[in-house]
Design a protein around this ligand. Sequence first.
Ligand SMILES: [Mg+2]
Length: 359
Amino acid sequence: MILIIFNFAAMLEDKNTSKTQLSDLGEFGLIKHLTKHFNITHKSTVYGIGDDAAVLAFEGDQCVVTTDLLVEGVHFDLSYVPLKHLGYKAVMVNLSDVYAMNATATQITVSIAVSNRFPLEALEELYAGIKTAADIYKVDVIGGDTTSSTTGLLISVTAVGQAKADDIVYRNGAKESDLLVVTGDLGAAYLGLQVLEREKEVFKVNPNSQPDLDQYSYLIERQLKPEARKDIPELLKGLEVKPTSMIDISDGLSSEIMHLCEQSEVGVHLYENKIPLDPTVISTCEEFNLNSTTVALNGGEDYELLFTIKQEDYPKIKANPNLTVIGHITNKDQGAALITRANEKIALQAQGWNPIKNN
Ligand SMILES: [Mg+2]
């Protein structure tokens, strides 16, 4: 449930009243305090927090490792992102990459850099979100680091997972005539961000305004508290479908499709009328005067999975409401193209969210 919005700024400002300064604990005391509730559940975690390094053992499986860095002011804005949700999301964006390899996520490490404007209570909120994510997604928190930052908050999560060598799915396996499939629906997280940015502007003018965001709750939830698709590798296994290639959608459908095409050396026809959109996305696009296809293609942060399957596997997936066939793989010479509702063919462009490019 997304209820707390715009309250957090106030919490940071009153740190000098009853809040605990981080310097009171020292680095080791802080780590100990923040991680004391984390439990180890995986057999593959031989040793977690407490020594110079964690020890892992994956009998016979291969191990996948991925890492992401989230920076305040670049990836998140604390004026409307509750720290608990931020902790949760920081874990999700990493687990999503593990699932995109068709692997099981098993461990994470969490490192943060914070300025002294954050009281201990703020970090407890952040770690409560991390713990919630670790509990629900069944991953062990096995280490990390805390250090100081001169400006904002930085969070780096590394996720570890395991899979049989034969089960791992790479980006480079798509073949001509394969079907392109996406999970869930697209564009909502981007619109959630647009709603929050708009409310922030309203809030600046009138800090006492209490926005009624009920109609946008799905969009805001997708932005603030995304869920990684842990269920999809399990679902596909149950259906006896192994994707030929797979990637998660962090930067937008368009750029992820282009990654698959480039690495598989193929082209694609993506059908505009097949792109799955939630009704709230359609209505909010109208309100914001945005094109819903553009939002789905370039919005990003949906954390859905995009994959290709052999045509012969289609009967196994066609009845599943989580999965939508949105196109098919073509010869490389045909390029990556969007087939519009008017049956026009337009070259896809990677306009996904790219902080480095924007700079
Ligand atoms: Mg990814």
